[in-house]
Design a binder for this molecule. Sequence first.
Ligand code: ADP
Ligand code: ZN
Length: 307
Amino acid sequence: MKLLFGGIEAGGTKFVCAVGNAAGEIKEKTVIPTAAPEQTMPQVIGFFQSIHSKTPLSAIGIATFGPVDLNVGSSYYGYITTSPKPGWGHYNLLGAIRGKFNIPIGFDTDVNGAALGEYRWGAARGLDTFIYVTVGTGIGAGGMVAGKLMHGLIHPEMGHLLIPRDRKQDNFAGICPFHGDCLEGLASGPAILKRWNVKTAADLPENHPAWELEAHYLALAFANCVLVLSPEKIIFGGGVAKNRQLYPKIREKMQKILNGYIKHENIQNKIADFVVEPGLGGQAGICGAIALAGQSYLKSQTSSFSR
Ligand code: ADP
Ligand code: ZN
């Protein structure tokens, strides 16, 4: 039987909706701008209904911007909790889809979704503990520990790590509305533009000090992640990662920061395979949503089998 899954990559600027198979191959895709839920959601639902009525979907996965409530026992499970985006704060995103489709619906953060996609079909195949970090308009990270997506109390918020900084080297106040100079406040795409007073990243030439500093902050954050989680790999993606010189710079700085303390050849000699690009490239997010659908389908099969 050929199974077909729906995936929703819900972002602050756009919702990417797609249908794909169990191998992560995308068969149909559409992009819907993120306006208020009353405008966006009927289009999202319409896209899947038109397909589902002809070729039934086995499950739908939602990989969304957050913060979200992932606690299955909570009465707000599936809600976007706090969002400054009009209409999306305390919005029941999972409920909106569940109310229209009587099939399993997977739900997780965008970055956990991307991590699962990378685990199934990308750079994290065969691993069981790794993180996926995206550096774009914001900074987010998700991942797996011992083969399970990380949830815990809420979900990881590594984008807001607090990192040491030298104010003589960089006196920028940072732009995070909560913490000022957390990682996102210092190193997200908009933070780079604001610090250097430019309109786009292309205004910063390759030899601009912006990139050394960016690599320095990301290397500090990644080193901390290594120390806390002992990941087998760090997958680094997002708009800012399009500046490819960041990869070698981050690797080198990470090694210097860790200073030989983590005695593993993957850090000491094979770091090019440790801090890597997403294997799925720009498709990690939407493939991840489809992977979440697959996971929820499998879970529903297992639970009906054991009943
Ligand atoms: P979003 O996070 O909204 O999904 P992206 O991941 O595409 O979007 O990230 C957008 C950010 O990436 C912007 O702040 C932009 O300045 C930055 N960016 C885009 N291209 C580059 C580049 N080549 N080098 C560095 N930063 C870039
Ligand atoms: Zn912050």
